[in-house]
Design a protein around this ligand. Structure first.
Ligand code: UT7
Length: 331
């Protein structure tokens, strides 16, 4: 007895993009109130001038639906055509059910829907899954969302994170195409650095201690910085290699918007030519974790800095530690 399966392989590509920026613009002058810092230090050490925080009504679901509607319109498809919704997030505050089913429902879809937890690298993990699903024929269209409301899990008095994290959502439609538009993923994890970025306490310990305070994110910033700036440049080069291209073929570089100095260090280490457009969305958005890559990519398209057909390298890294990267053709 054999199990019947369609063994045809298809081409996958990004067909549309969308974004939702949280509404509240928060300048450095506001975040330094809770920490001993300055506008000058934050700009110099991270490149952040201001960031976006969500209003109470801008939930993970609301922001995701906003980004998804834009991506659906950009791809020219209806929500009913989507076969799977993948949501990358660490700040949907219910352990279960997932944010994805609520988002699908809000969009009017009954597609398969689930969340993934790979922190700041989550969106690129989702893109890899979506691409393989389309190539295998498991899904014709996949909606991939990276979304965070990190302001809910960031302590305003934590000096190492209060000025970095932010809120927003980015979305992509991955679907069938005449030619391949998404390269092989290069991904992995380094659990030896499990504690480098993490929630302060297990929820059970919070309750056992009778605390009324939410746990929040903490980060060994300098260690993560060193890892990201050096190890991730190697991953970026391997990703180009796996797609059969070099830095000279690249039009756009969209790294996770973690720190402007990490972006610069990676670009230097990769010897990116002058013609490559580098995403610098962090300056006015802050670090929005899983949302940062799709937000930055969509903004480059809206600003005319990335054009349809351009070759872009996406790379993201974060808590776990986790990383994932792929080359895509801009829709
Ligand atoms: O999204 C997930 C991945 N995340 C990342 O990739 C983030 C990676 N890390 C970073 O972006 C950086 O490590 C930070 C921006 C978080 C911090 O910058 P840094 O240059 O690594 O700072 P540091 O922790 O090494 O501290 C340097 C100095 C210290 O002072 P001394 O000892 O040199 O006198 C700190 O006390 O800066 C001081 N400092 C601050 N000063 C003003 C640390 N935090 C602050 C602050 N404001 N908020």
């Amino acid at each position: 007895m054999t199990i019947s399966v369609d063994t045809t392989t298809r081409h996958s590509a990004v067909l549309g993009l969308g974004l939702y920026r949280a509404s509240r613009v928060v300048p450095n002058s506001e975040v330094i109130e809770g920490i001993d810092s300055s506008d000058e230090w934050i700009q110099q050490r991270s490149g952040i001038i201001e960031r976006r925080f969500a209003l109470p009504e801008e939930t993970v679901v609301v922001m995701s639906v906003g980004a998804a509607r834009e991506a659906l319109a950009d791809a020219g498809i209806e929500a009913g055509q989507v076969d799977c919704v993948i949501v990358a997030t660490v700040s949907h505050m219910l352990q279960t059910p997932s944010a994805a089913t609520a988002i699908a429902h809000e969009l009017g879809s009954t597609a398969a829907a689930f969340d993934i937890s790979a922190a700041c690298a989550g969106f690129c993990h989702g893109m890899a899954l979506a691409s393989d699903m389309v190539r295998a024929g498991t899904a014709k269209y996949v909606l991939v969302i990276g979304v965070e409301r990190l302001s809910d899990i960031t302590s305003a008095s934590d000096r190492g994170t209060a000025f970095i994290f932010s809120d927003g959502a980015g979305a992509a439609i991955v679907g069938e195409s005449d030619e391949q538009g998404i390269g092989p993923v290069v991904w992995g994890s380094d659990g030896e650095q499990y504690d480098a970025i993490r929630q302060t306490e297990d929820w059970r310990d919070v309750v056992a201690a009778g605390s009324t305070e939410m746990p929040h994110l903490v980060m060994k910033g300098a260690e993560v910085f060193r890892w990201a700036a050096f190890a991730m440049a190697k991953v970026a080069m391997e990703t180009l290699d796996r797609s059969g291209i070099t830095v000279d073929d690249l039009d756009v570089f969209v790294p996770h918007q973690a720190n402007m100095r990490i972006t610069d260090a990676m670009a230097r280490s990769m010897k990116l030519p002058e013609h490559v457009t580098i995403a610098r969305d962090i300056a006015h958005q802050g670090n929005s974790s899983a949302a940062s890559v799709p937000l930055a990519l969509r903004q480059l398209v809206l600003d005319g800095e990335a054009k349809s057909g351009d070759i872009a390298l996406l790379i993201a890294f974060g808590a776990g530690l986790t990383y994932a990267a792929q080359v895509i053709r801009v829709p």
